[in-house]
Each structure stands twice: as C-alpha cells, then as structure tokens.
Write a protein that binds this ligand. Sequence first.
Ligand code: GLA
Length: 718
Amino acid sequence: MDLITLTGSQSSYSILPFEKSLPLHVHWGAKTQFQSEKKLFPFNNRGYSIQPRIGKSTVSVEELQCEYGFAENGDFRLPAFRVRDGRNYPITGPFELQSRIYSGKKAIPGMPSARQGAEQNLETVELQMHDPKTDLWITLFYTMFPEYDAVCRHVRFTNQGSCPVKLEKAASLSLDLFNWDYELLYLPGAWARERQLLRRPVQNGTTSFGSARGTSSHQFNPAFALVAADTTELSGEAYGFSLIYSGNFLTELELNYDNNLRVNLGIHPDTFEWQLQPGQSFHTPEAVMIYSNEGLNGMSGKFHGFIQHHIFPPNFQNRERPILFNNWEATYFDFDQQDLTELVETAADLGAELFVLDDGWFGERNSDRTSLGDWQVNTSKLPGGLEGLATAIEQRGLQFGLWIEPEMISHHSRLAGGHPDWFLSIPDRPVAEGRNQLVLDLSRQEICNFLVDTLDEILASAPIRYIKWDMNRYLTNVASPQLSAGQQREVYHRYVLGLYQVLEQITEKHPQVLFEGCSGGGGRFDMGILYYMPQYWTSDNTDAVSRIKIQYGTSLFYPPISMGAHVSAVPNHQVGRSTSLEIRGHTAMSGNFGYELDLRSLSESESGQIKEQIAFYKTHRKLLQFGRFIRLQSPFESDDAAWMFIDEDSFLLFWFRLHAEANTPSPRVKLAGLDPDALYVEESTGLSCTGGELMHRGLLLPQPEGDYVSQLLNFLRQ
Ligand code: GLA
C-alpha cells in the first residue's frame, strides 16, 4: 500500500491505492509527508453501513475519502461516474487497480487541455481501474504543474470488452475533502451581469450549480473555489477548480453526516450519455485544481499564470495585445463605407491599433433577423469588399479585425434555403429561436468542414489580423437525426467536440490571427475557449460601474489580459448611467483595452483625454497585460473597489468609489505584494513611501466628491 504523491512548489497531492482496488484520497493542500499509512483512514465497519469486500477487507466505503467515487457499492454520496454494461446493469467493480508515474503530460485527443509548453518538471500519475467482468478500463490522469501548484485531472474510459457499455455520468474530477468549515466562492450571473462574486458557507446536504444551456453560460461559470472561513484576499488557504470545457457542466458539493465534503466537477449528466462500443475510448474534459496558502489573490495569481503559459495558444502567451476600436456601439447595423472611413480616420488619430468591424457586414444583415450563414460581404455597404476596407485601414496604420458568428444560421438566409436540415432541432416539433437564429448542428462532420472552409475563405479574402468569434444564443430542443436513437443524448457533447475541432483546425492554419471569444458578452468565458482564443468579450454591459464588479469577479480565475474591456458612450447603452470618461478609461484599461463608441461625436476635450489614455496605456501596456494583478478592495463588500498591477519596477493602483456618502473618513487602502524595505515614489505627486508603510499602514487617498469616481496612481520603485 504505497502512497502515490505528486509534489508542487507549495502543495502536494497524495493517493492511497487501497487493496490494489480502490483509490483513496489522502491529501491535497500544503506540502505534506506521511509516515504511517495505516492511520490515514479508520477502515472500520461502521454501524448500519454497507460493507463491500475490497480485496481482503470489508469496509464502509461511505466513510472513506475516495478519488473517484461510484454508486452501488455502499457509497451513497453523489457518484463521480455511472456506467452500465451491455445488459444495462451498473458496473460496480471490484476494480483491479494499477498505477504508473511518468514525466510529461499527454494531450487529450479532440479536446483542449493544459499545454506542457516549455515546462520540464511535469509529473503524471495514471491510475487504471480495470473491471475484469466487462474489460472496461477507467483511467484517472493527474498531472502536477509545480510552479502553479496546479493539478490537472481527467478520466479516460476504454471499452476493451465485447459488449457496448453506456456512460451516464463521467465527472472530470471528484474529490473527498474532510470539511474544515469550507466556504464556497463562485460566480453566478446573467446576461450583462456576468460573474458576480458570491461567498457562502458549505452546509450539510448537496449544493450544485452548472449549465444545461449548451454553453458554459452567463449564469454560472465552470470555476469555483473552496476556502477556509478565515481566508481573505491576502491570506489563508484557497482551493480553486476550473473546467477546460465550454458546454454543459455540473458542479456538485455534498457535505455528509461525517463532515466529508465530496466535490464533483464535469459534464452535466442531465444532458449527457455516451455509448462506448467495443474498442472505443471516451475522454472527459480536463479540470484544473490550484492550491494556494496565500489567500484568494495567491490562488488567482496562479490561475492567471497558468492560463497564460499553459492554456493560451503559444503565439499569444507573451504577445502584447493591440488597443482596439470596435464599431458596434458606434453604428450597430447602420453603417456604410463612408461611416467606417470616418471612424478609421478618427481611431487612427487617437492612437488605436486595431479596427474591428462588428456585425452587419455580410449578406442582407441590416438587423438581427437575417443572414447568419451567408458570410459574403455586402457590397452595397462595402463596395471595395473586405479587402478594400482592410487596405484602407492598414494604410492608416491600423490592423483590420472582423466579427463573425460561425455557429449560427438565420432562417432567412441562403444557407438555410440550401440546407434546411443543418440546424439542431427535434424532428416534427416546433423549433425555438433565440435572437431570431438557430444553431448549426456541429455534431455533423460536413457542417464542421463547411465552417472550416468558410472561415478559411474569409481569412484568405483580406489581411484579417483578428476575429471576434460570437455565439449569441443557448442550445435547446437538441437532437440530431443523423445519430442513432441510442446516441441522442450525446448531441450536446458532440456539439462541443465539433466546435473544438473547427477551432483547432482554423487556429492551426492561421496561428497569427488573434481570436477573441464572445457569447452575448461573457456567456462562454471558460478555459476551453481561452485555449483557442486568448481574449474574451467579458460582457455586453460596457457601463464602467457594472464592469468594476464583472471584472473583479472574473479576475478570481481569469487574467485581466483575457478580459475584453471597452470605453463606451454615455449615457451607457445597457444601464443608462452617465459616468466620467476618466472612470470609463480606468475600468477598461484594467482589462484588454479598447474603445466602442462613435468617435465622430467626441468633443475636442474628450478626444484629448482619449489620446492621453491611449498614450498612458501604451506606456504601461506590459505591466497592465503581463504584470501581477492584485485585488485589494471588493465592490461586492463596499462602495469602494481597488486593485493594482505590479511588476519589479513599478505598480499602478486603481481606486474606485461607486457611491458617495457624507462625512466619511478619507479613503485608505492597504496595498500588497510590495518589497517592505523598498521606496516607492508616486509619479505625479512625488509622494514617497516605503513598501511596508503602503502595505501595513495603508495609503491615504484624497477624499473624492460625487459618485462614480476613480483615481489612478503610478508608483515607481526607487
Ligand atoms: C453580441 C455581442 C456584441 C455584438 C453583437 C453583434 O451581442 O456580444 O458585442 O457583437 O452580438 O450582433
């Protein structure tokens, strides 16, 4: 009974292969060595429990911590997987357990998974659970990325037998923790109100959240954390989880009578089943688990670094991102060549670097009622075609970027006329439209091929340096008549696999093109998409005050460089609020910076201010895109918010006040991550302070007046 341990820089993960049959979870957290394996579990036969035989022993499985718990063996907690044999009987083991350890990491076929990159110190454990009755092999994969204390997990089911088996549930990870009063942090939200940070105690019984909308969704994000009750932004233990998957997912927490906390994360079983024929394998998506004993910021920093170095496409891991101008909120569908030329001129004068033409450039797309699927340029709007526009844009020194929504089809389109059966629907039942559109059936190979060819053609037609890949509705009424009756519950997952196949092929063919994901704003903001598209339109809500919360919540797991953030017009188009250009700039430059408003109607002083913002961003771009991001004050806890970006030589502090109150003390904010003995001097005021002073006594800020104000301070280390 040798323990298997994976070791990170500050953490370790230990597994006990009990009786060469059942993998038990010993530890995940602070780096720990164990002396006495016998004392790790009670191995009792508890009163009134079921005691299956495991090897030579009989034990009450429900009081053990399992690595991948399953049903029908006396473990009554929510199972990590459910599999049935050819006669529809549950497969319950006993399993024969083998393990192997090797350095490096394998990619998961057909799905995004953490990239090994240049990392030489990766160690992988494979635990193979073999069911001799059916010859089903369930292999649990664990890879430790020591620098980030990240453990990547996924599971492969291989049917070596002669009868089909059926997967009804197949979580990517399952973990049984002893519950030291953990609290759950997660990101519930809605369209235009994504990722609102919520923290609450984990209590007895089950808690679950997920998505059955076909995308990872606006409503819940496939990332969450468990933290000790006294964990703060800067101290304490935090256990973060995130799924590299863009479809339906389910997170389950079950706290039982023994204070055992089971955590399952994976594909949502309500909309999933998989027929595994003899000789076939099924891979779950990969999940990433990150441990930190340096508070939430410690955990977030590791996620940010991990995503940048092991999830983003290699070409964009260290590449600075351009300041973009997007015409959507400037013109919506109503534009012609003249409008665009004027916008290009102004954007160039202001210093923008990438001009993005949003929706409305193709087919007869003058509203959202038509033309998705007809990706031919509308020459009455753009007589010179995309090439003509791109050339004009490049002549003004900007790059050209284009919006497209490849996964969709409008009823009113030539594509639908030619292929009336290409969208997902249940035969002989009414279809349900969202934003007047239907979803192409990406479970079909010929449709995926069509998308790759179409995108290829568009990318070949003009010098396009950037694509905004949109996806503007959820999936419902899902069936695919091409698949057999027994496979209909596979469609949701097959859709995601089809999407990944298209993305893989197109990004491989065009590795220099920068892709930005979007789904009605942030409705599919997950690591699966970030694997192909290293930035994401964070929310359709561009209001600075709403964005402070949305970006704060998003930063729990995702780095600022991944969050598209634009300065837009006031009154804001989504919430009707008016805020200063200053706070809009400060909020947007805390993400992946851009502008999205009618630049032609700017006053002279506004143009001047925007020029200054752009120049400031260019000077500090490296720090803002690749520096360490630290949250200091939460807008979910008070009316103030603060965060900073820091590198070796300097830091930028952003401070926001949402609502003013009478007779309040001057704001004071404690900074973090500084060298306590170093001297830091603020650029515009000359204020000089030691790092210790700023971190332990705090920085006193001038008392601002009014609502929605912000301050930006730039400190240089001496
Ligand atoms: C979605 C996106 C917007 C914009 C429109 C275009 O709503 O989130 O940014 O691109 O589609 O129709």
